[in-house]
Write a protein that binds this ligand. Structure first.
Ligand code: ADP
Ligand code: MG
Length: 317
């Protein structure tokens, strides 16, 4: 299969367009129309086999993931996603694999209202790089740097599930199949919190998505804001599945496991009632786990005692 056939069979014309796509796939570049009164928000993330996912996971999950991690970045800015491009490196052009990859990619794209506007396709080790573009009203993006002492620190969803799905899934013997499947699903198909991120645009003072582990990512949020954090691991919304699979290592997974793609944000106390009202409509829980303080650093306590978090964060270099 040549490159042109591959693109037209699996990627071009696979889903509907948007009015703001003046020119999509097929020319030297895409032409997009941004309405007046909006700022453009752009994010790029690559995922590579062996680094971000084990080489053998289902192609559908890889297609989902390369877009999901990018949409998660837009969610963390409180932006509305519009368009994305895809640079794909493939060891071989295998039709069943490509069909599954595209199915995962377009299922999430269609659900999220984003359209594929171009990309590149090369032969090489398996990796996928997506660039996503979205929009916010001027000044409405939620950055990492706006946290104030006294704000609450909150997280969506159930941190730790994804890493448990990645690490523990093969310990099949002790873990019930339903628990294993649920955790596995959370690792394979992370759900970008787009709806939640957009709603938090009006409320949160600082926000990011949790990709490297909650402890590490809260550190980034505090560093950017010039603040510190005091947190209670006893408040972590550990899922029943994580507890069942990880036992007394559940907290450690929730604090250090990557791949959650939940939102972590800070919120002034007076906004809590509004958050609870908005979040009542969400499919995920939202939980206060700590407080922003002036003294730099991230400090966890558990059952009244200081908790040392092991530094297991993955670093590329
Ligand atoms: P060029 O040589 O000008 O870079 P290409 O042959 O790489 O053109 O791409 C042809 C068209 O197909 C372009 O519009 C490009 O954006 C699009 N394209 C290439 N690969 C992909 C892909 N994986 N997904 C979506 N569009 C793609
Ligand atoms: Mg090209």
């Amino acid at each position: 299969m040549d490159e042109r056939t591959l693109i037209s069979r699996y990627f071009a014309g696979r889903h509907g367009s948007r009015k703001d796509v003046v020119l999509g796939i097929g020319d030297d570049a895409a032409v997009l129309r941004l309405e007046p009164g909006w700022d453009l928000v752009v994010a790029t993330d690559s995922i590579a086999a062996g680094t971000h996912f084990p080489a053998g996971i289902p192609a559908r999950a890889i297609g989902h993931r390369c877009l999901a991690v990018n949409l998660s970045d837009l969610a963390a800015m409180a932006a509305e996603p519009l368009w994305f491009s895809l640079a794909l490196s493939l060891p071989a052009a295998e039709p069943p694999w490509l069909e599954e990859f595209a199915a995962g990619l377009f299922a999430l794209a269609d659900r999220s209202g984003v359209v594929l506007i171009g990309g590149d396709t090369v032969r090489g080790p398996l990796s996928a790089t997506v660039t996503v573009q979205g929009r916010v009203r001027p000044g409405a993006a939620v950055t990492r740097s706006g946290a104030h002492a006294g704000d609450g620190i909150w997280v969506t969803g159930n941190p730790g599930d994804a890493v448990a799905g990645r690490l523990l899934a093969d310990d099949a013997a002790q873990i019930p199949a339903t628990v294993r499947d649920r955790l596995r699903q959370r690792f394979l198909f992370p759900e970008p919190r787009l709806r939640e991120g957009l709603a938090l645009g009006a409320l949160a003072t600082a926000m990011l998505d949790v990709s490297d582990g909650l402890d590490d990512d809260i550190g980034k949020l505090m560093l950017a804001s010039g603040q510190g954090a005091e947190l209670d691991a006893g408040l972590l919304p550990l899922s029943a599945e994580l507890r069942a699979a990880a036992g007394d290592r559940a907290i450690e997974h929730a604090l250090t496991g990557g791949d959650d793609y939940e939102l972590c944000f800070t919120l002034p106390a007076p906004a809590e009632a509004r958050l609870r009202a908005v979040a009542a409509e969400w499919a995920v829980p939202v939980t206060r786990i700590g407080t922003v303080v002036a003294e730099p650093g991230v400090r966890w306590r558990y059952q009244g005692r200081a908790l040392q978090v092991p530094d297991t964060t993955f670093r590329h270099f």
